[in-house]
Design a protein around this ligand. Structure first.
Ligand SMILES: [Zn+2]
Ligand SMILES: [Zn+2]
Length: 317
């Protein structure tokens, strides 16, 4: 019994984690490969049932993370506090001006499913809806298959939910790992995080080439999520994918537009890295749409936002 429950736990973990890595991250946030809508929904639902909340919210915030890496506009930069980077940002109530899906996620804004799960842009409602659906599913599982399997499924899903939060912190602590590319940000590759997240821990590679469906580049950098995408491509479920290799020439971080930077905000001098999805891919990523606001305009609105009092305090220091 214990062995079969352990196997079930691993299976649930892999399914929900793949939902986040192959679905939420590499497909929704970065459009690094193309597949039929049914396959997209399948992976996204696997992620959603791992307590990952609104897919559009997730992808929008993640695009902002790439666009504004390590700056005050980054939704979860550990340099402004580990707690805020880990869970604090998650608990805010609504989108700050520079995070609006209307400008950052035009490719998802009209999808009825993603729109519904986003609960009108109210993060608390979206998280509650996600929790309600997740707990209800385990209730049904308990009735059908017994409480043990439901409990194992719940434990796996809750553990999966923690992984991206953990990654956001650990993979931006320079001492925690190594860089293959001089991305001029704090992103690092961390092997044990990659193991737990099906390849997402090769985070420096990912910041260097955000639009690539493949994150593990060296022979030692095992990337199960890429293997899943490659397998789907082999059987015709994926029609296109953007794949780079360790030999792909890295052209350096994308420099921010020449805009004046407030003199007392030294952190804004950190180069803004790639556009989060389109920079390495070229074509499909170009549909994502960049925010139309300049960094300075965004920062001005950002500092007025009640959601980001913490960052504002940092700016004043
Ligand atoms: Zn990152
Ligand atoms: Zn990413």
């Amino acid at each position: 019994m214990l062995i079969s429950l352990s196997i079930a736990f691993v299976c649930f973990y892999v399914v929900h984690m793949a939902g986040i890595t192959v679905g939420y991250h590499r497909l929704l946030a970065h459009r690094s490969y193309k597949c039929p809508k049914a396959i997209e929904y399948l992976f996204v639902m696997a992620g959603y049932l791992g307590f990952s909340s609104s897919p559009m919210w997730w992808a929008t915030l993640h695009r902002a993370h790439h666009r504004y890496t390590d700056t005050v506009l980054d939704p979860h930069a550990p340099r402004y506090g580990i707690w805020e980077a880990y869970i604090g940002w998650f608990l805010h109530k609504s989108y700050a001006e520079h995070l609006k899906p209307e400008t950052c996620s035009k490719d998802m804004i009209n999808d009825p499913l993603y729109k519904f799960l986003d609960a009108g842009g109210n993060w608390h409602k979206a998280h509650l809806l996600n929790s309600f659906i997740n707990f209800s599913l385990r209730g049904v599982m308990a009735l059908v298959w017994g409480w043990e399997i439901a409990a194992v499924s719940l434990a796996a899903a809750l553990l999966v939910q923690q992984m991206p939060l953990l990654l956001n912190v650990v993979c931006h602590l320079p001492k925690a790992g190594y860089q293959n590319f001089n991305t001029a940000d704090t992103s690092v590759n961390v092997g044990w995080v990659a193991f737990l997240t099906l390849g997402e821990g090769w985070h420096n590679n990912h910041h260097a080439f955000p639009g690539s469906a493949r994150h593990g580049l060296k022979a030692s950098e095992i990337d199960p999520s890429w293997l899943i995408i490659r397998a789907m491509k082999a059987i015709g479920l994926v029609s296109w994918s953007n794949e780079i290799s360790i030999n792909t020439k890295y052209k350096g971080p994308q420099k921010p537009a020449a805009v004046p930077v407030a003199s007392n905000i030294s952190d804004m001098a950190v180069p803004v890295t790639g556009s989060g999805s389109g920079s390495a891919t070229g074509k499909p990523g170009s549909t994502l749409g960049k925010p139309e606001l300049t960094p300075v305009a965004v920062l001005s609105q950002h500092t007025r936002s009640a959601n980001h009092r913490r960052s504002r305090m940092k700016i004043k220091q």
